[in-house]
Ligand binder design. Structure first.
Ligand code: ZN
Length: 343
């Protein structure tokens, strides 16, 4: 089998152009409206494809240019959720945010992202990945006044995500990734219903399926949290054996400048591993050699055919200049190790 080794990809998001949304902030409001916003989003997708192509990234995304936030933009299109009267909730046990409220049965009347996915598919011949929020992470970003059970609500979202994912697959998306940063926080729930709802979301898909589990964007609340986790981050230790038994094909984890012991990758035997080799908490651009070092270290635990050099998390809070630099470093670092392997 002549599989390509060390194919590069990104966790998902990239910064938006400053004419589309205020830079360097989460939930940044759109600066355009109506038809101009639609056109602006499409132009932004073209730009991030250009940046990924010129850097040499193998599996590309739309950089999440069509959403304000990876969770709320998805749920905005659903019925049963009140966006007018937000409530304060503690997200991932870490920081308070004003979030929408589940006030009745949650229903998806129409697809959320399929037109964006169709556009992305038409704009590139490369393999494309599309990201969706995972059920547990959605539940953790909403205030629930209706179901009164995180598991019940997660199961509702899993069905909704599955319907959405099937439509994305049908327009030619190659990889559908469910983002589950909440999996690093609520380990008991991951075991009790988190993996089950993730599998429900991915049920029946023939395309490649993935999940991204990180320690969050490079925002202060996350950085402070990471600083409190001690000298070794072993959150993945309880989750990975469960994921190894699941039907999910690929797992994305944080490795660059993290305190995750890389031997935990062995717990995911048989899966494709997206190794985070780019730090998202700093504007400082890695050198290709720094990226290569992370890849070499991870290769002790995963074959190069199953290793996808990636970013630790989304790059949306960074400057575009830093993000472009990081894309180049990622591809160049993978190229160094590919050359060594070709020997
Ligand atoms: Zn992430």
């Amino acid at each position: 089998m002549n599989q390509v080794r060390l194919q590069t990809t990104i966790a998902g998001s990239l910064p938006k152009p400053s004419w589309l949304a205020a830079p360097r902030q989460l939930w940044a409001p759109w600066l355009l409206e109506g038809a101009a916003l639609d056109e602006g989003m499409q132009d932004a997708v073209r730009l991030v494809l250009y940046d990924q192509n010129s850097a040499g990234i193998d599996v590309v995304t739309d950089g999440e240019q069509t959403r304000r936030h990876f969770v709320t933009t998805f749920v905005e299109s659903l019925e049963g959720i009140d966006f007018e009267h937000k409530r304060t909730m503690r997200i991932r046990d870490r920081y308070d945010a004003e979030v929408p409220v589940v006030v009745g049965p949650v229903v998806r009347r129409k697809s959320v992202f399929v037109e964006h996915a169709r556009f992305l598919r038409a704009e590139t011949g490369k393999r494309v990945k599309f990201t969706l929020p995972g059920p547990m992470t959605i539940v953790d970003t909403l205030f629930d006044s209706h179901y009164k059970s995180r598991e019940k609500l997660a199961r509702v979202f899993a069905d909704i995500l599955n319907a959405e994912a099937r439509e994305l697959e049908a327009v030619g998306i190659d990889i559908i990734q469910f983002d589950e940063p909440a999996f690093n926080v609520f380990m008991d729930e991951v075991r009790d219903w988190g993996i089950a709802t993730l599998e429900l979301a991915a049920a029946g898909l023939k395309c490649t399926t993935a999940t991204h589990i990180c320690y969050g964007y490079g925002i202060k609340a996350n950085v402070d949290w990471k600083n409190s986790l001690g000298s070794e981050w072993r959150q993945y230790e309880s989750t990975f054996p469960l994921l190894a038994k699941s039907a999910i094909d690929q797992v994305s984890l944080e490795c660059a400048n993290s305190k995750v012991p890389l031997e935990l990758i062995s717990l995911l035997d048989g899966k494709d591993i997206m190794v985070g080799a780019i730090d998202v908490t700093t504007e400082q651009v890695e050198t290709p050699e720094q990226v290569a070092q992370v890849i070499r270290a991870a290769m002790k635990y995963v074959l190069p055919e199953k290793l996808y050099p990636c970013t630790n998390c989304g790059l949306v809070p960074l400057s575009r200049e830093a993000a472009r630099g990081k894309l180049h470093a990622l591809a160049a670092g993978a190229a160094i190790v590919r050359k060594e392997l070709a020997g």
